[in-house]
Design a protein around this ligand. Structure first.
Ligand code: SF4
Length: 492
């Protein structure tokens, strides 16, 4: 059920690894959670200790071999799932081979993290019984000193417990929850623990969120139910802004900032910009139309703020995979044609303010404008709740390289021409920051962090000097990818 609630984070593949007295049990395959898991194969997954993953590929070829959880037998028996992206994948693969005689079996950065942790733990000495939290933290030093990039990780340590850790800036989300538990397999404390990318997975399964992991923090729950935590290596908190804009489920709270609230605020922030542009250029709009699903909340708030009717006149065919993660330009164009149908009777002769969460390559946006025009709209204005995306992401969101981003090197009027829109209105960076800041509401403390916005302003909070090798790897993985995936960490 946890994977199902996080399906929006990864639709390429899914896997579950469990552990009990008979050893490890694993089921994984390409496809959606409901197609990978059946009643029969779920019955082969006994145990009260498990890790699970829904995969969205950014690195790796999209083969079954790259599907998580990953498993390594020595030391202890470690199973790992990872959300994020290592930037120095090529360097680490080389170092693991040269210095530690560890040859990788896949193209996934998760295997690198797993081998770094295994190497760190294997240098401890001692026997299988003697593993303290201090030892685990020493082993993690190897990960934190070598891995550069974003990582939220959960590890199953056979016969010892469950370990979770988050990268030093907390770029990708990771939340911890617990619930009362009794009966077979229950911990002596009478509690069960769960760590997940989003709080929606905790809540859906009856876990109360305890808190988000801190940047650079390790959390270990041993088999007595005792909880150990320590910050291994932390820097300024820089969670990804795109979680609130698009990626995360609206029911989730990330670093205590509600996603739903942030999207409401994104809509409100946009209203002043729309008013200004409309006034300057003499436009009026008859209706605000969301591009389903992720822009709906912001579009409602924008319509309320502007006092313009909100109309859901683009109807989504829910059975088509999100266009963003399809692996070729042709497939993207085709999918957009199939995915949305306009309600002609409502659109004909109208001036339509179309709201989407973001404009990446522009392929989808152009098709949307065309679709609404073909349905008879008199004018089409395109509003993006995200500011212009001008730089690639190296931390787990599969934005393409710079040259493919429509906002890179083009001014607003060029983008309007490319999209065929009467106006294109972007959120400003200040508006995005203000939206995330105001999202918890007037009675709750405002977040004290500045989110990562590197794809907007080029200010990368994690070193990307190794990024050229990463970008080349991503290109070659795309060229050789099979199935629906384009590359390993995000689910969307
Ligand atoms: S670069 Fe953009 S998409 Fe990537 S982590 Fe930073 S904010 Fe998120």
């Amino acid at each position: 059920m946890g994977l199902t609630t996080l399906q929006h984070r990864g639709q390429d593949a899914a896997g579950i690894l469990t552990y009990d007295k008979d050893g490890f049990h694993r089921v994984k395959n390409l496809g959606l959670v409901e197609s990978v898991f059946t009643k029969d194969n779920m019955a082969t997954l006994p145990g009260s200790l498990a890790v699970a993953h829904a995969r969205y590929s950014t690195v790796g070829r999209g083969d079954v071999v790259d599907v998580q959880p990953f498993l390594i037998s020595y030391p202890f028996g470690l199973g790992m799932v990872h959300n994020g992206n290592l930037v120095n994948t090529a360097q680490m693969a080389d170092e693991l081979a040269r210095k530690h005689r560890r040859r990788l079996l896949t193209h996934s950065d998760t295997e690198i993290l797993l081998n770094l942790l295994a190497e760190g733990l294997s240098q401890l000495g001692g026997d299988n019984e003697s593993l303290s939290f201090d030892d685990i933290c020493s082993g993690l030093e190897m990960v934190y000193s070598r891995a550069s990039g974003s990582f939220s990780v959960v590890v199953l340590l056979a016969d010892h417990g469950l370990l979770a850790f988050r990268d030093p800036v907390g770029n990708r989300p990771l939340a911890w929850g617990k619930r009362p538990q009794s009966g077979e397999g229950a911990l002596p404390t009478g509690e069960a623990h769960m760590v997940a990318s989003e709080s929606v997975a905790l809540a859906f399964n009856g876990y109360d969120k305890v808190r988000d992991l801190q940047p650079g923090e390790a959390l270990f729950i041993d088999l007595q139910g005792k909880v150990h935590t320590r910050v291994i290596k932390a820097r300024e908190r820089r969670p990804c802004m795109f979680e609130w804009v698009y990626f995360a489920s609206p029911e989730s709270e990330i670093d205590d900032v509600p996603v739903y609230g942030a999207r409401i605020q994104l809509g409100r922030q946009l209203a002043s910009q729309v008013r200004r542009v409309f006034k300057e250029r003499g436009f009026v709009a008859d209706m605000v139309v969301p591009v389903p699903e992720s822009s709906r909340i912001a579009a409602i708030a924008l319509a309320e703020e502007l006092g313009i009717p909100y109309r859901e006149t683009l109807i989504k065919n829910r059975y088509i995979k999100r266009t963003f993660i399809l692996d070729s330009q042709d497939k993207r164009k085709h999918a957009v044609d199939l995915k949305l149908s306009p309600v002609r009777s409502e659109i004909v002769g109208k001036k339509v303010l179309l709201v989407d969460d973001s404009i990446v390559r522009g392929t989808t946006s152009r098709k949307l404008v065309e679709l609404v025009r073909r349905a008879g709209a008199e004018q089409v204005f395109f509003v993006s709740t995200c500011p212009p995306i001008k730089h690639p992401c190296y931390y787990g969101i599969d934005f393409p390289n710079e040259e493919e981003l429509i906002a890179n090197g083009r001014d607003n009027s060029q983008i309007e021409r490319e999209l065929g829109a009467d106006a294109v209105i972007y959120q400003e960076i200040a508006g995005l920051k203000a939206a995330i800041h105001a999202a918890p509401g007037p009675d709750a403390p405002a977040p004290r962090f500045t989110p990562c916005m590197a794809c907007l302003d080029g200010q990368y909070p994690i070193d990307v000097s190794a990024a050229s090798a990463f970008a080349a790897l991503r290109r070659s993985d795309r060229a050789s990818s099979k199935g629906g995936g384009v590359g390993g960490g995000r689910a969307r």
